[in-house]
Design a protein around this ligand. Structure first.
Ligand code: MN
Length: 440
């Protein structure tokens, strides 16, 4: 478990003024890592602070780091975070403590004096994927999603018999993971339309979102060597928001018996900033309470510490903006709100299960939690669930949606709130649907 320390002190402020705005996702208590390029510069690792990005390499060149923090900074020299993630979590923790001091309104004089050479306005930078993602796995740990989506796909058996025993997942596609802001092309694919006898090939007619959180593997494990549940949290570097774009028509036709394939591998979007396990320490909560009639997890998935503090409390929101709304100058509308508290399995249980057969997880690998729906209608976190695939909802001035249309922009946000602590957020995870390729 990560202990609270003075990096979590809500009284701390930064000399970067925008970080002190209560609405900012990136106060001095957050300090998420990401990869950016400023105009005329190569991609490099940075830390978000307010509306600025701190250049870790520039700080290292000024001699601001020593000991474990220096080793951590050294590991960010490549244009991705894989090296930093491969180190024991305490190295990123050491770097975080020094960065907090550098940016501190009271203690950060030395860094403030060099502000022009170590800070870049975020709006002038391009943000990249945080890691070179070797592998991507997507779980199915949101039990309200599993029940609601299962009821639509398989009315007789919405929750698979193994659901409360096994953290279910599918192996996703790393090559099509994109950073927030990249357009998402509507996929072509094969599917069966209602009341037709033969499958059809063409642009998906049921394009959907899945509201999820993602996390990045820190230290890996050797092939053949499982990760014990007690140690699993040490293999999780940090979290992001994740949209598992899904073509429901393609998915439905192809997924039995081997699971999702082309219905989900045309694109996955992640937010660019990795909110670290350290920053999230105040926002850990008990694992989702299992009803007393549910089975207890098997021993390899059971840890008292994980049950007590392995859950995560992040408020999640989905906003939708249509092309017509933007033309009319209208704001995007909130269509879904949910919370990461509705995960039946904790991230540590996902890691322990994933590695339990000996599968090697590698630093920088991306894991999705699965769609995080809540028990209420407004918390159903995919359009499939929200509309049951047939009942439209109203959006903008006189428009309606069942699934996504070309030009629709979907934006996820996540925010951590707890009495006595500074609120922090994840930035945005956004993507716009562009028309299918014409090569049909
Ligand atoms: Mn998913």
């Amino acid at each position: 478990m990560i202990e609270l320390d003075d990096t979590h002190d809500p009284a701390r402020t930064s000399w970067v003024e925008a970080a002190n705005d209560p609405a900012s996702d990136f106060p001095i208590q957050n300090l998420p890592f990401g990869v950016f390029s400023a105009a005329g510069h190569d991609a490099r690792c940075g830390v978000a602070i307010g509306d600025q990005i701190l250049d870790i390499r520039a700080c290292a060149d000024l001699g601001f780091f020593e000991g474990e923090a220096a080793k951590a900074a050294e590991a960010t020299k490549a244009s991705n975070l894989n090296g930093l993630m491969a180190l024991d979590l305490r190295f990123a923790g050491a770097l975080r403590r020094v960065v907090a001091d550098l940016l501190d309104a009271k203690a950060g004089h030395a860094a403030h004096d060099h502000r022009d050479s170590i800070l870049y306005p975020m709006r002038d930078c391009t943000l990249h994927l945080p890691t070179a993602i070797g592998d991507y796995t997507d779980f199915y740990a949101g039990i309200y999603h599993a029940i609601a989506a299962g009821a639509l796909m398989l009315p007789d058996n919405p929750l698979p018999v193994n659901y409360k025993w096994v953290p279910i997942a599918y192996h996703g596609r790393a090559s099509s993971v994109q950073v927030s802001g990249a357009p998402v092309r509507r996929p072509l694919g094969q599917f069966m339309r209602a009341k037709e006898e033969m499958p059809h090939f063409g642009p998906s007619e049921r394009l959907d979102i899945e509201l999820e959180m993602g996390f990045f593997i820190g230290k890996g494990n050797k092939l053949g060597e499982p990760v014990r549940i007690e140690n699993a949290a040490e293999h999780i570097f940090g979290f992001c928001l994740l949209n598992d774009w899904s073509a429901r028509d393609i998915q439905r036709w192809e997924m039995f018996p081997l699971g999702p394939f082309l219905g989900k591998n045309f694109g996955t979007t992640v937010s660019p900033w990795v909110v670290t396990a350290h920053a999230l320490a105040p926002f850990r909560v008990p694992a989702m309470k299992r009803p007393s009639e549910d089975p207890k997890p098997l021993p390899y998935l059971s840890s008292a510490t994980d049950q007590q503090a392995g859950g995560l409390n992040v408020d999640l929101e989905v906003r939708l903006s249509t092309a017509q709304m933007r033309q009319a100058g209208e704001q995007s509308q909130t269509v879904i709100t949910s919370s990461s508290r509705y995960l039946y399995w904790t991230p540590a249980q996902m890691v322990a299960h994933h590695a339990s057969g000996g599968c090697n997880l590698v630093s920088g690998d991306l894991i999705g939690t699965g769609t995080i729906s809540g028990p209420d209608q407004a918390q159903l976190s995919s359009l499939l669930e929200l509309t049951s695939g047939s009942k439209p909802f109203a959006i903008g001035e006189g428009e309606q949606r069942i699934f996504l249309e070309d030009g629709d922009q979907v934006t996820f946000r996540g925010r951590c709130r707890r009495e006595g602590f500074r609120e922090l957020g994840f930035g945005v995870c956004t993507g716009e649907i562009i028309p299918a390729h014409h090569g049909e």
